[in-house]
Structures are given as structure tokens and as C-alpha cells.
Write a protein that binds this ligand. Sequence first.
Ligand SMILES: Cc1ncc(COP(=O)(O)O)c(C=O)c1O
Length: 358
Amino acid sequence: MDIEPFGLERWFGQYEHGADIMLAESGIRPLDSERFDTDPGELNYVIPTDGDPEFRDEIGERYGRGKDEVCFTCGTQEANLLIFLSLLDEGDHAVVVTPTYQALQSVPDAVGDVTRVWLSEGDWRLDVDAVADAMREETKLVVLNNPNNPTGRYHDEAKVQELYDLAAENEAYLLCDEVYRLLDDDPLPPVASLGEWGISTTSLTKAYGLAGLRFGWIAGPEDVVQQAVEWKDYTTISPPIFGQHVAKQALGEQEDEILAENRELAKTNRDIVREFVEEHDLEWYDPVGVNGFVSVPEGFADAREFCVAVVEEESVVLAPGDLFGFENYWRLGFGLPTAELEEGLERVARVIERGGTN
Ligand SMILES: Cc1ncc(COP(=O)(O)O)c(C=O)c1O
């Protein structure tokens, strides 16, 4: 099995450590551990290893599902991996809506065979007919990330229902990575609540600002979740005990406050970025979440040239769009503290004003 190198991680590996400001992080700024009780007691595995059953029941209620239809994981990354390992064999096929987070296309492509269906450039609209055209007899899975990384497009309820119906008619599962979903003020029903062919994955990484917990889950049909649990015995065995302990607090009495705070930060920062985009005659799709996919300023051959100039001249990391298949866009992550965002944008502006080589 061959796996493509994770382009974004390699780019970060090259530049992130030595840079002053990270404007390419895709989540909201991290919360401080002081907000939580961080003593889970005995540092054993979580037992049972798919997570505390009562807590799984509580999470299941968010999807109209029970505890055996939820498996706790080490982040969304493991949740997605377990689904790909469970549902795809060699010769099986998945349709992946792109651009997207690379793991959602490279992992299924390593396990089975992938057809990518592209969102329309600029408004990043999802064409369900194009997905229908890409479906095959051996298609087991349709993969969506909603809200989308890198574009910030949030496909609406009717569109997601249409995609779900298409998958279900073809007896394929719709896997939706919903890690950004709760950054929207009015989130759609999760895909795992739509019916027997719906699977949702998510975590506390992006919307809650708790990436270091490494705590996420799969919600979906029991047989699929139980296959994932079987695979999990070979990946991480159990979710992290610290992660589960803090997640109970973050998803319990602190949830409303955390989400309100994070949505407010996302909104404040989005307004600042919107102004920046307008001021520099750039284009973007006004996003949900904290990622914007922005056009390359005049004077630069492509996003890579621009992003290299920004990091080398001003020590600010952006993400070039070729990592997502679009060389004329760059991804800006604006979930960081507002003062840092402002400082970062000032530095990016200086590079734009100096211009490129083109
Ligand atoms: C769409 C998407 N899914 C999953 C992940 C990984 O998240 P986690 O920390 O929950 O594993 C990311 C991180 O950037 C992401 O953007």
C-alpha cells in the first residue's frame, strides 16, 4: 500500500518551527488547560476501549443514535482512518469531493480507488450530478467535508440531503467530516442523523480549540462503528484518558460558553480578514469557520511564490493552494488571537505592496 506524502504537513515541517506567526493553522486558537480539571485519576487505558458508555450515549443523542453507534477516537484523523479501513478493500471505490483536507482523499486512495469530484472554482459549489456521474457499481463511500477545508464553503441542508439520497440509492455510505460544523451559528443536522447510510466524524480540535486533547469520534450505523472498533484495537486501542476527561467538561457544562466564545472570535477575525481582502483587491469566498481560500495578489506567478515570499521576508506562514489542487489561491487560517492576526496581516500586506517578480 502506498500513501502520498501529506503535502501540508511537509510544508509546515519546513517553515512552521522558525516562523514568527502562523496564519495557516486551520483551527481556532487553543484554550488553556487551566479552564478544566485535568486529573482523570488512574492513568489506565479508557475502559471499555471504545470509550465510556454513558458518555458515548450522550454523544449518540446528538445524532439520534445509541452508544454502540459511537466510537471515541484520537481526533477526527483516526476517526476517518478507521472508516476507510473498515469500508474499503482493494478494488473498492470512493468518490471524494475536493478540494479537501488531504487525508480525506489520500488515505482512501491508498486503501482503494478514488475519483475526485471538484467543487466549482470560486464559489465552491457542490455538483451532486457530477458525484452521480462518478459513482460506480463498486462505490462504497462518498466523502464530504462540510464546512469545507480549505474553502470555508458550507453546503446547505438541501444539498447535503441530495448527496445523502444519492449515496443511499447506490447503497454507499456518505461520510461527512464535520470538524468545523459547530463554528457555524446555525449548524446543519449532522449527516449521521440523516439515516442508515450516514456517518459523521468530528473532534474537539477545531470548533472547541482543544486540538491537544486528541479526542474525537465516529457516529454512524452500528455495524460500521463496530468494524471501526475492531480496527481500533490495532491503531490506538483506546482514546486518551486525559482527552476523555476534559471532553466531558468541554461538552458538558462549559460547552455553550466555549462555543459562544470561539464563534465570537471567528466572527471578529473574519470581519478583519474581509476588510483586508477588499483593501488589497483580492477574491475569496466569505467562509464559515476560520479558513479562507484567497486569490494570489497581482505580481506573483502563483501562490507558492507568494507564500514563500511571505514566510522568507516576513516570517509568516500561509498555505499555498497547490497543496489543495489550486495554485492560484492560498489558505489563510484566521482562528488565532486577534492581535496576532492583525500583526500577521500587516506583514502580509507589506509583501503585497512590495510586489513579486512577475
Ligand atoms: C477537515 C479536517 N479533518 C480532520 C482534521 C484533523 O483533525 P483532528 O485534530 O480532529 O484529528 C483536520 C485538521 O486540519 C481537518 O481540517
